[in-house]
Design a binder for this molecule. Sequence first.
Ligand SMILES: Nc1ncnc2c1ncn2[C@@H]1O[C@H](COP(=O)(O)OP(=O)(O)OP(=O)(O)O)[C@@H](O)[C@H]1O
Ligand SMILES: [Mg+2]
Length: 275
Amino acid sequence: MNLAFSNIAVEYSSSDKGGESLVALENLSLTVGSGESVAVIGPSGCGKSTLLRLASGLLAPTSGAVEADGARVEGPRRGTALILQDYGLLPWKTVRANAELGLTVQRVARAERRRRAEEALAAVGLERFADAYPSELSGGMQQRLALARAMAMDADLLLMDEPLSALDALLREEIQDMLLRSWRERGYSQILVTHSIEEAVFLGRRIVVMAPRPGRIVAELENPEMGRADYRSSEAFFERCRAVRAALERGTRGGGPEADAASGGVADGEAGCGR
Ligand SMILES: Nc1ncnc2c1ncn2[C@@H]1O[C@H](COP(=O)(O)OP(=O)(O)OP(=O)(O)O)[C@@H](O)[C@H]1O
Ligand SMILES: [Mg+2]
C-alpha cells in the first residue's frame, strides 16, 4: 500500500477566536512506500495526529491531496487500521469485544473474529483479561488492547499515534519487538507517531522530524540499519538517535534547512548518521 501526501495544508477554524484559523500543517509532502515503516516525531502541537487523521480519511485537507495506491482518500478505507492517541476503546464492551471491533466493522464471521482477536490479545499479553472491561485495565493495558484491535485487522496500512507511551520501559521494548516482527512478517505499510527518539529509530525505516507553527517537516532521515539484530545496543543506533535529536533541536529553534545552511551547519539527514 503506497500512501502519498502532496502539498497538504490543514487549517482548523476556531469559533471562539472571532473566526481566526490555525494552520496545523503547511506545504507538507510525504510518501510512504509499500511495506515501508515511517516514524514521525516532533514537539507537541506540530500536527502529528492531524497527519494520521488525514491518512485515515477522518479529516480532509484544506488544500492538497492524500492518495492511497493512487486513489484519493476521501473517507475511512477498509485496509487501514488506526490506533488513536486516546486508544478509542468502547467502555461498555469487554476487552474481547473491543479487540474484535475492527473485524466486526469489516463483517468478518464470528468464529474467525474471535480467533483473530484472541491471537492478537495473546500477542500483547492480555489473553487472561478477555472478559474484563476497559475501565478495569491500567493505562498501559488499555494501550495494548488498542494495539491488539489494530493487529487483528490484517490491515495493509497501520497508523499508530503514540501507541506505547503508557508502557513501562521493559514492556515497551517487548511490544516494540512484537511490532517489528509483525511488520516484517505481514509487510504492511506503517506510520508510527512517537515522542520517543529511541522508538522512532528502532521502528522507523525512515524518520520524519516535524516542527510546529505552522506544522511542517523539517528533516527526513534514512535509517537503513533498522531491524538488524541487536540494533538497539549498536553504535549505529546511538548515532542515529543523536542525529534525530539534533534535527529536533534545529526544528524547535525555528531553524530548518535554510537556517542550517546559513550557519554553516550540516544538511538535514546527514547529521552524524555515520554514512
Ligand atoms: N479539531 C481541532 N480544532 C482546532 N484546532 C485543532 C484541532 N485539532 C488540532 N488542533 C490544533 O492543531 C495543531 C496540531 O494538533 P495535533 O493534534 O495534530 O498535534 P500533535 O503533533 O499530535 O500534538 P501532540 O504531540 O500533543 O499529540 C495544534 O495547535 C492543535 O491545537
Ligand atoms: Mg497528537
